[in-house]
Design a protein around this ligand. Sequence first.
Ligand code: NAP
Ligand code: GCO
Length: 268
Amino acid sequence: MSEALSAFRLDGKVALVTGAVYGIGFEIARALHEAGAKIVFNSINQESVDQGLDAYREAGIEAYGYVFDVTDEDAVNEYVARIAKEVGDVDILVNNAGIIKRVPMVEMPASEWRQVIDVDLTGPFICSKAVIPAMIKNGGGKIINICSMMSELGRETVSAYAAAKGGLKMLTRNIASEYGEFNIQCNGIGPGYIATPQTAPLREKQEDGTPHPFDQFIIAKTPAARWGTPGDLGGPAVFLASSASDFVNGHVLYVDGGILAYIGKQPK
Ligand code: NAP
Ligand code: GCO
């Protein structure tokens, strides 16, 4: 294999992808596995983890699944230590677990705001904090934060999510700044609009069978004229998880079909 291509291999590496039972996390984990990494994932209950283990097994991947909530610092520290014993120190952390609540800001209770911030921003802080000491001990590591279009743009009803994902972009830059000297690269992936359970409500057909207005809106806003698929995120994740990106740090790689570059198609 050429030196250039071997830089994308992850053989011997342990990758923890949080919340990777399905959707974007699952496809990122699949791609990291295909590049040679051992896959570890978590979710918030045993039923979800069992669902994930079945899905990985069906895909020919012997993954390791653990039940812990990314917002529970004691649980995260306990399980990162357990993963180190049972699988190995985490070399690659993908902070993928996330939630969204679509509520007009003035109608959103502070409790729901806090829940979104806790999962989408505090969770990546807690998980990154838990894996960095071993990365320093082992001579380096990779952290990939799953950001969003909402790290750059706002829209109605997603104030908490946008604030969290904007904060996650800056946390990405700060981890890169604070730990770059230890050969830890922290970068973000900013998916565009991807067809997963999280965006299913935005793609549901209307009662008369016509496409959801938001579905049509995104198609008009995207130069690729399509929603992304979770598989579109696999290659970018392998790049940012591998030595091919050792001099890339604090960057958010937008995988959005060109949305951020495009004013949008003129309505007919
Ligand atoms: P998804 O389908 O909603 O899956 C999210 C996963 O995270 C689920 O497996 C969920 O577990 C898990 N999770 C939620 N809270 C958790 C917690 N506290 N601890 C551990 N796991 C938790 O999401 P997705 O569409 O694949 O998105 C994955 C990531 O990409 C998220 O961070 C999302 O914000 C981001 N993103 C998505 C899009 C998009 O268009 N889909 C675009 C940009 C960014 P359960 O199944 O048990 O709920
Ligand atoms: C929404 C969507 C978006 C996507 C994604 C875009 O309601 O606008 O859920 O937030 O999930 O974050 O990058």
